[in-house]
Design a protein around this ligand. Structure first.
Ligand SMILES: *Cc1c(COP(=O)(O)O)cnc(C)c1O
Length: 358
């Protein structure tokens, strides 16, 4: 049986059907229904009281965030992320300016941000890669000093706490993805999270066509999500602590099983409660990575070059050189990793890696 890099958790069917019965009774399928409202309230509690708006996906959340903050010109961003982080900037007519990543967390290197700021810079958009936090305090200071907005792509960061607060509650806006492959999912879905109530009102309009009833206020798009997706979220949300604990155990087993190999891993910064959202390993060379990837594929075990390419090397948009990101992206491989992954499978995968490591 094949093993994939991620596997969506499905709650007990009866539990989901219970929510469906309510939807059938009410006949209210979308447009800020009661399940969406409940999910948003529960998420707000889980995320240190930030205002959470449930969106159709994490990509539209990024686009609406850029729009709501009225960003123009250049946006400083990370080359080591999923492609949506960069394409959202381009899609909104702004220019991504890449700043290299740091060696410990693979997040944007805050010490290199100021050198990239120009009079055209309007914001910093950085990703908490694999759930490892950006240096949120340093970035906040830089943003204040230069009057820039801060957006975090928190698609990997659900359940992470930094300095005693949800990592998703930092920045002017944090976006999240609740896609089926993520730690907490609603099949498809995402969110905009902000502590700023005025900004939240603006986001509300932007994600709902820009009007309330017959009153038209602004440009808008359809970024809403449905009762069916909210129901999946309500089933999964209470289980997140369980998911994180199960993933912690899988991660520890991998680390123990692979301890004899000279692999590198990201390092969790101090004062961080990590969520174990991915399991990336860094090989010494690209050839080693490819050899192991191919060997696992021959056993129907799928891994992912996540992230490759470094986003400053996209065929339709090239940016300045980012040597650390380019180097890491050639050597990184994400192993199969999800809370339901059997420990015997972890041992088998690790053994194959050991046997094919040369
Ligand atoms: C998954 C992901 C997205 C996109 O989210 P969708 O919900 O799939 O649109 C954006 N950024 C990062 C870093 C992601 O991992």
């Amino acid at each position: 049986m094949s093993i994939n890099v991620t596997k969506a958790y499905l709650p007990p069917l009866e539990e989901y059907v219970g929510y469906l019965e309510g939807i059938w009774e009410r006949g209210w399928l979308t447009n800020n229904g009661p399940l969406v409202q409940r999910l948003e309230a529960d998420l707000s509690t889980a995320l240190s009281g930030a205002r959470v708006q449930f969106m159709s996906n994490g990509t539209i959340a990024l686009q609406v965030a850029i729009k709501a903050l009225q960003l123009t010109g250049e946006i400083i961003t990370t080359p080591f992320s999923y492609v949506a982080t960069t394409t959202a900037i381009l899609w909104e007519g702004c220019e991504p300016v890449f700043v290299d990543i740091e060696e410990q967390t693979f997040c944007i290197d805050a010490t290199k941000i100021e050198a990239a700021i120009t009079p055209r810079t309007s914001a910093i958009l950085a990703t908490h890669v694999y759930g490892y936090p950006c240096d949120v305090r340093a970035i906040e200071e830089i943003a204040k000093r230069h009057n820039l907005k801060v957006i975090y792509d928190g698609a990997h960061a659900f359940g992470v706490t930094v300095h005693g607060r949800s990592l998703l509650a930092y920045g002017d806006i944090t976006t999240c993805s609740f896609h089926a492959t993520k730690l907490f999912h609603t099949s498809e879905g995402g969110a905009i999270i902000t502590m700023d109530e005025e900004l939240a009102q603006k986001v509300w309009l932007y994600k709902s066509f820009g009007h309330i009833g017959d009153e038209y206020y602004s440009l808008g798009v359809n970024g809403k999500n449905s009762e069916f997706h909210a129901a999946m979220g309500l089933c999964n949300l209470p289980r997140v602590p369980e998911f994180i604990e199960a993933r912690r155990q899988v991660a520890e087993l991998y680390r123990a099983e692979l301890a004899s190999l000279p692999l590198r891993y990201p390092i969790t910064p101090a004062d961080t409660e990590y969520n174990y959202s991915y399991f990336p390993i860094i090989f010494e060379t690209e050839q080693q990575m490819q050899r192991v990837k191919d060997a696992l594929a021959a056993h129907d075990i799928n891994t992912r070059r996540y992230f490759f390419p470094s986003l400053n090397k996209l065929p339709y948009h090239t940016g300045a050189d980012c040597p650390v990101s380019e180097d890491i992206s050639l050597r990184v491989l994400c192993l199969p990793f999800y809370q339901q992954l059997e420990h015997d499978d972890v041992r088998r995968i690790s053994q194959l890696i050991r046997e094919n490591y040369a």
